[in-house]
Ligand binder design. Structure first.
Ligand code: HEM
Ligand code: HEM
Length: 432
């Protein structure tokens, strides 16, 4: 029920809330499925990370001799130590997913245009910082999982031309993961990234307010404003409670992983990168590293950065998917990716490879250029077919392509996490 009292002394916001919210909001902005509260959830998760992170920091020691034991001590001897660690672990996982879903929400409602362009870029930087925070945190327990996942994760840098190897050395503070790496990661994780995230988040919120709140359909002229408190705040409160409840359930029932102490001389098998890089690691199984770890990610990042500046907007304002035909095409693209991606993975796994058939030709051609051309042809044919089938406008075409490629990438990530076993061979999840 809306509280529409406007003049008879509505309750005013005060304190920190006044910086986050205006006194009144457009009634249309209150509909839950406009945003699903995802931005707010991301903010809450960051606050949880900060609080639990500071608690962990009280006991954690960032040196290879002590790091693992300090986590062990925390888990077994400190009151609620295991629970705090679990909350930090699960909020970290949820944060990556929720921030990504928020990105998708902004994309599909066209919230990246005109006055919101800069905020889209700020959001992208926040997303990269969240991944970087997760990645640096991953190393800190200094167990076998941490050591080898970071070894694989940082080895992806080697494939960036020219600057790749020096960059890797800079990140690791040497040739391989060592004591210096742990100290660098610790400082970035507990100081540099949190400060950057805080500053950018404040700026992100300020820009949302400056743009007049979230994006709404053009026909919201009959501006019907209602007091933020209680109308919006009560909803935010319920979403926050639900999220906290879900995290607590995970934290109580599933412990953050801790294998045996890191041993640089003995790698675990399979050696997997952290889960958010599993899609790229899966691409490496099918393409030359230059294509998988550099070319394809570079194209994807460039697309995201350039998106607000492509001339495709057609006043795409606040309406999910812009049109019914684009929505139907997007659904079709999810199903197509669901069928095509595993099919291509299986074909590549079990059919003879060009690299083996033509050993005399450089592998950048047989394992890089040739499969890439085949992939581009498949995507192009699909694009032409769907654009015609659904009579798509330019924005519809971009969305369809985006849904197709994003779904394929999510499926690759799931294959990497759940279907790769010893020696990275394809297996069923119960055999991983
Ligand atoms: C965006 C914010 C953050 C994210 C995404 C994040 C993520 C993570 C992750 C994924 C781990 C590994 C946990 C595990 O599974 O073992 C971790 C560990 C850790 N984090 Fe954070 N963190 C964040 C902020 C912070 C802050 C602000 C601090 C302290 C000031 C902090 C301190 C620690 C410490 C001491 C550990 C090692 C303890 C452990 O591994 O359980 N974190 N973090
Ligand atoms: C730390 C992570 C982030 C936090 C805490 C955050 C928070 C928020 C909040 C609270 C809003 C208001 C509306 C809503 O809840 O959806 C918002 C809007 C927005 N966010 Fe984020 N965001 C984050 C990451 C991102 C990312 C990854 C992107 C995209 C690349 C992004 C782009 C935007 C844009 C363009 C808007 C304005 C959209 C509109 O007006 O409809 N944000 N953000």
């Amino acid at each position: 029920m809306l509280n529409t009292e406007k003049n008879n002394n509505p309750k005013k916001l005060s304190g920190i809330l006044i910086h986050l919210h205006p006194q009144s909001v457009n009634e249309k902005a209150l509909t839950f499925n406009r945003t699903f509260g995802l931005g707010g959830m991301a903010a809450l998760l960051i606050v949880i990370q900060f609080i639990t992170g500071i608690m962990l920091r009280l006991y954690y020691e960032p040196f290879p001799q002590n790091a693992y034991d300090s986590i062990h001590y925390l888990q077994s001897n400190v009151l609620f130590g295991q629970l705090i660690r679990n909350i930090h672990h699960w909020s970290g996982v949820f944060l990556v997913m929720i921030a990504f879903l928020h990105l998708l929400r902004v994309f599909f409602t066209g919230g990246y245009q005109s006055t919101r362009k800069v905020n889209w870029i700020i959001g992208l930087i926040l997303f990269i910082l969240i991944i970087a925070s997760n990645f640096t945190g991953y190393l800190l327990p200094w167990d076998q999982l941490a050591y080898w996942a970071v070894t694989v994760g940082t080895s992806l840098l080697d494939y960036i031309p020219i600057i790749g190897s020096p960059l890797k050395q800079l990140v690791l503070g040497g040739e391989e993961v060592n004591a210096q790496t742990l100290l660098i990661f610790y400082n970035f994780h507990t100081a540099v990234f949190p400060i950057l995230i805080l500053l950018l988040m404040a700026y992100h919120f300020w820009r949302v307010r400056k743009a007049g709140g979230i994006i709404l359909p053009n026909n919201s002229d009959e501006k019907n404003f209602v007091p933020t408190y209680p109308n919006l705040l009560y909803k935010e409160f319920i979403v926050a409670l639900a999220l906290i409840a879900v995290i607590l359930v995970f934290a109580v029932f599933f412990n953050a992983p801790l294998l045996t102490k890191a041993n640089p001389d003995f790698s675990i098998n399979p050696t997997k990168a952290p889960w958010y890089f599993a899609g790229i690691q899966e691409l490496l199984m099918h393409f030359h590293p230059f294509v998988a770890a550099f070319f394809i990610p570079a194209i994807v990042i460039s697309f995201f950065l350039l998106l607000p500046y492509l001339k495709i907007n057609e006043e795409h304002n606040g309406v999910w998917f812009f049109s019914e035909s684009a929505k139907a095409a997007a659904t079709f693209s999810v199903y197509s990716a669901l069928i095509l991606t595993p099919l291509l993975v299986l074909m590549n796994e079990f059919l003879p490879k060009f690299e083996t058939l033509l050993p005399s030709i450089n592998s950048i051609i047989t394992n890089g250029v040739v499969p890439l051309i085949i992939l581009i042809l498949i995507i192009w044919t699909y694009y032409k077919f769907v654009s015609k089938k659904y009579q798509l406008s330019p924005i519809g075409k971009v969305q369809t392509l985006f849904v197709f490629i994003t779904s394929a990438f999510i499926i690759l990530t799931l294959i990497g996490i759940f279907f790769r076993g010893t020696d990275m061979k394809l297996v069923f999840p119960w055999n991983v």
